[in-house]
Design a protein around this ligand. Structure first.
Ligand SMILES: [Zn+2]
Length: 73
């Protein structure tokens, strides 16, 4: 299980390189449980890409659409 520091670093890395499946899975799991990192990922714009990748691979049952409507909570 990654901590928040590792997660935010990976979110930054995701902008510069392609993350491995393992890294993306770890990110996904952490951001599902941690609203702080989820918001950070949204701001970085990396979470959208992650979700898109998962949606393409059919690994997530979440709807990839219309997550922009609840930016502020
Ligand atoms: Zn976190």
């Amino acid at each position: 299980m990654m901590n928040c520091q590792q997660t935010t670093r990976l979110l930054s890395d995701a902008l510069e390189r392609e993350l491995s499946i393992k890294e993306r899975t770890s990110l996904k799991v952490h951001t599902m449980m941690c609203s702080g990192c989820r918001n950070f990922g949204k701001q970085m714009g990396t979470l959208r890409g992650l979700t898109h990748e998962f949606a393409k691979g059919g690994l997530s049952s979440e709807s990839p659409a219309s997550s922009d409507s609840d930016l502020e909570k």
